[in-house]
Write a protein that binds this ligand. Structure first.
Ligand code: CUA
Length: 333
């Protein structure tokens, strides 16, 4: 029983560390929110302790009416104590209001004016994230899916849109939630403070596969980010082996290319995730599977079994076609 009583506390602490957690100060916004949480916690604890202390004192000094029927004379200090208590409550509430206000201002001011920031457009879809990096020179633009890379310490302006229903963009280690609302352009500023791998998760129920709408986030040094970006800017390499060639032919001329784009090939569908550097990503289908050959086979053969209701149909490839398609997709590093 005693161990059971500890469970809620342990569960709460479990949310304080890891790749998807609200405690760590891995981003400028999450650090500000974490500080605000600490202030609220301390103030609330002080008042909680004071109320409990008064309760215990009242119990201790209680009058036994049976043996002591005479009411006690009024204590002249009581009114003063009540005024002090009211003053303390007003002070506490004002302090918390001011702390919230200044935290809000800190978060709003986290984009330094005039400094070039990274511009990322993220479009939510049932159930995946379409990600585009925009640069002054459009030929440098990059499109990817379900995987966000950010250079540490550089403010990233993230523009958020939705293609269908309301979703919510949430990378708890870095910042609070921001809804994505169809027909509206919203934004969020991410200022990552620590190199690491994190997990984002859609935080607004958006249909049966809401839970399978994750986002892999990599915060890396500016040098590593520049290398990643340079790789992503390259078009897909041409197929080399006959099997890869067969897969290329299938992917670029049959069902796949009506939804998916692969830069440098005739595949230019826009409704599904861009596949140009598919294999460089950490997961498949927005965090549904880790990126392995086995899972690639499983996903292409039957995308409806792992993620029922998603928009990728079961194409019904025969074994040879499946081998060829996987062999080609594996070249998309
Ligand atoms: Cu998208 Cu929940």
């Amino acid at each position: 029983m005693r161990r059971l009583a500890l469970l809620p506390g342990l569960l709460a602490l479990g949310g304080c560390e890891g790749v998807q957690a609200i405690g760590p100060r891995d981003g400028a916004e999450s650090a500000a929110i974490s500080d605000l949480f600490t202030i609220f916690l301390v103030v609330a604890l002080i008042f909680y302790a004071a109320v409990l202390a008064f309760l215990v004192a009242a119990y201790w000094r209680r009058r036994d009416v049976a043996s002591d029927p005479e009411p006690r004379p009024e204590n002249p200090g009581l009114n003063k104590a009540l005024l002090v208590w009211i003053g303390a409550v007003i002070l506490g509430l004002t302090g918390l209001t001011l702390a919230s206000y200044f935290t809000d201002r800190t978060i709003a001011g986290s984009v330094p004016r005039g400094k070039p920031v990274l511009s990322v457009e993220i479009v939510a879809n049932q159930w995946w994230w379409d990600i585009r990096y925009h640069f002054p020179d459009p030929s440098a633009n990059v499109r990817t899916a379900n995987e966000l890379h950010l250079p540490v310490g550089v403010p990233a302006m993230v523009y958020l849109k939705s293609n269908d229903v309301i979703h919510s963009f949430w990378i708890p280690n870095l910042a609070g939630k921001q809804d994505l609302i169809p027909g509206k352009l919203l934004d969020a500023v991410l200022v990552p403070r620590k190199v690491g791998q994190y997990r984002g998760q859609c935080a607004e129920y958006c249909g049966v596969q809401h839970a399978h709408m994750a986002l892999d986030v990599t915060v890396e040094s500016p040098g590593d980010f520049a290398r990643w970006l340079a790789t992503q800017q390259r078009p897909a390499p041409p197929p080399v082996t006959p099997l890869q060639q067969a897969g290329f032919n299938y992917v670029t001329t049959r069902e796949c290319s009506s939804c998916h784009a692969i830069a440098g090939t005739p595949a230019s569908g826009q409704v599904g995730p861009d596949l140009t550097h598919l294999i460089s990503r950490r997961s498949l289908a927005a965090g549904t599977y880790p990126m392995t050959r086995g899972h690639l086979y499983a996903w292409i053969a039957d995308p409806q079994s792992a993620k029922p209701g998603n928009n990728m149909p079961v194409v019904g490839l025969d074994a040879n076609e499946l081998h060829a398609v996987v062999a080609y997709l594996e070249t998309l590093k």
